[in-house]
Write a protein that binds this ligand. Sequence first.
Ligand code: PLP
Length: 366
Amino acid sequence: MPRPILATVHAAALSHNLARVRACAPDARVWAVVKANAYGHGIERVFDALRSTDGFALLDLDEARRLRALDWRGPILLLEGCFDARDLELCSRLSLWHTVHCTEQIDRLAAHKTQLAHRVFLKMNTGMNRLGFAPERFRAAWIRLKDLPQVEEISLLQHFPDADGPKGIDAQLQAFDAVTHDLPGERTLSNSAAILRHAGTLAGRSDWVRPGIVLYGSAPDFPAHSAADWDLRPTMTLSSRLIGIQHLQTGDTVGYGSSFAAEAPMRIGVVACGYADGYPRHAATGTPVLVDGVRCRMVGRVSMDMITVDLTPVPKAGAGSEVTLWGCASNGAVLPIDEVARAAGTVGYELMCAVAPRVPFAPGSA
Ligand SMILES: *Cc1c(COP(=O)(O)O)cnc(C)c1O
């Protein structure tokens, strides 16, 4: 029997979450963001459930190739654009739309020999200060692109740094509008947090929205809102089983560093899941875990291949009992990935992206 750890992708939940995006942004077309191998789910595993999207957005050219291999003929957008001149060849060949965020990318386009004119998304830096042209340089970049025979159509893109928090989106919208109000072209403004939290402000303003995390059923603004608050469903379950039981006496400790000591006699379940599976090593004592669908707490340190769980709430659990690290248990109970992430000082995004290659995916996984 293989080691019992398993990841499962829930196709119906992906479709449900995409429908939630459509409901929040009814006028916009949708770029389903599938970078980082569909946030760790696997592009091939999510493809069917998301194929009613209008386009897919990602960063890796190899992932774009995989989408074309699935016979996706619709739009694909490279969110960081081309990294070198050869990538432009591939854009021509695979008909990829690409972001232009810096002068070097315009230079390379100008030197690119192609029969097929490109669709580009010119990115403005509205305050995130990662990629994009500063507002005062944006129009000059736009005019340069406009004059290139290699460019067929220019769309406009920006990314919100604070759509998930109290600062909101007003400053970015102002900066963007001030420069682009009289420029033609389609607009794409919103990530998941903006789609959910600022639907009213943004209504009618975006030709395209760019949801990522919302498709995968994690709340972009947890803990202000939970996935359930936004009516999102978990798309990934990480499950395993108990492979050992220990009976601790008062004062006995468990795991490396003996960081947890029993305050009374208790049963401990040993779970076949550790940081080499992608479970966060910084998860603290108290991190929620479901055993037989019942909420328990992780205790002691996470080790490479195992974690240990306080079995007090599940006296009947024993070797072989089902463990849900996040997602859905067989009895229907849900452990939101965001709660586990929080207990480890991180976000749902990181946990789903970090599921390790040694973890097999269930065959029914879409
Ligand atoms: C990753 C990414 C998104 C999606 O972000 P979420 O917070 O997952 O919705 C949107 N736009 C760009 C440019 C991105 O890089």
